[in-house]
Design a protein around this ligand. Structure first.
Ligand code: IMP
Ligand code: MG
Length: 338
């Protein structure tokens, strides 16, 4: 069966950490990543931190094969650099039609004020590559790169054969509902839809084999670029705590993230549109006194109130997901299973 991890806010909810935890503790044959290298997923194991722009966060489980689907975009040198850092050359599989962003595409995006100052693009060239793909230009696919030839396989074939044998697949999405090209806050969005059904299509999977859809939330919301935040924090002292203890600095963009209060509207749309069955919460330790708490009863009152508020919201939104995972610190293992 397939489990999917989606973002319930504006990206940077901690999808990397949740995907890593699920993959490490679960029995997934494949962990699949779709989307572009503008999305940095951070995974920390025993204090060692990895920022991944290309490789699926499930790499920490040596038994999991790592897949980039046809809806993945990467840059050859960034990908190969990450493969080396994570020692994953023996278990990486790439769809022939995953896109390789060229230096020209990156330069074109970085030179366009519409992308950079108006939308606040990360500047990886993803938007430019998507644009050229839609225009049916002569873009570069993974199958065209000799350095990647050992990794190329028919991804839909492999994944569906795995499902046919009763195997499990983890599908790691990127960004969050507020950044969806279809359901987000246009034009302050990324260049693709960022919801569960699209992730499936981008991997070459269909909807009938989905078991769980995890949507990840923080108790607050961050945005790296411009665009709406319902209640933005402006107090510099408060913001500093988010930027230091909360590590709220763009992992790819290196920009200080803007911070706002938890948004119920975004959360209910994320639950609804993704058909969320399980909620994962990260950064609960940003409520003081909740670092590495081991039992729900031991959370402080503000943290308990946040959980109660989220449960009340979920009771009103189909398909009424339960809170399943709570992350209480930066390390993948600081995860509470409810
Ligand atoms: P682009 O996708 O790089 O063009 O960026 C479009 C908008 O989405 C900008 O505001 C970016 O900061 C934001 N964005 C893109 N990817 C991510 C992400 O992975 N996390 C958070 N924000 C992102
Ligand atoms: Mg990120």
């Amino acid at each position: 069966m397939i489990d999917i991890v989606c973002g319930g806010q504006a990206g940077d909810e901690g999808k990397g950490k949740i995907s890593a935890y699920l993959s490490y503790t679960g029995n997934y044959e494949y962990c699949v990543r779709v989307g572009g290298p503008n999305a940095g997923h951070t995974v920390v194991q025993n204090g060692v931190s990895y920022t991944l722009k290309n490789i699926p966060s499930g790499f920490l489980n040596p038994k999991t094969k790592l897949v980039l689907g046809a809806g993945a975009y990467t840059k050859t040198e960034w990908l190969l650099d990450e493969v080396k850092k994570t020692s994953t050359q023996d278990r990486l599989i790439i769809d022939p039609y995953a896109v390789l962003i060229t230096d020209e595409q990156t330069a074109a995006e970085r030179g366009a004020s519409h992308f950079m100052s108006h939308i606040g693009s990360v500047g990886t060239g993803l938007g430019q590559a998507v644009k050229e793909r839609i225009e049916r230009r002569d873009i570069k696919f993974a199958k065209d790169e000799p350095l990647l030839k050992d990794f190329i396989q028919d991804v839909p074939e492999l994944l569906n054969a795995c499902l046919d044998k009763g195997g499990d697949i983890l599908l790691e999405g990127t960004q969050g509902i507020k950044l969806s090209l279809l359901h987000g806050e246009y034009p302050f969005v990324t260049s693709r839809d960022t919801t569960a059904s699209t992730f499936l299509g981008e991997a070459g999977l269909g909807p009938k084999s989905v078991r769980d859809v995890y949507v990840v939330f923080k108790p607050y919301i961050t945005r790296v670029g411009p665009g709406p935040l319902e209640k933005e924090l402006t107090n510099e002292k408060e913001l500093e705590i988010y930027h230091t203890k909360g590590h709220e600095i763009g992992s790819v963009s290196k920009r200080l993230r803007r911070v706002g209060e938890f948004e119920k509207r975004a959360a209910s749309r994320a639950i609804m549109i993704n058909n969320c069955t399980k909620i994962a919460i990260t950064h609960i330790d940003m409520f003081p006194g909740n670092d590495r708490v081991k039992k729900e009863e031991d959370f402080t009152k503000p943290a308990q109130e946040f959980l109660a508020q989220l449960r009340a919201l979920s009771a009103q939104v189909y398909p009424h997901p339960k809170i399943a995972l709570i992350s209480t610190g930066p390390d993948m293992e600081d995860t509470l299973v409810l």
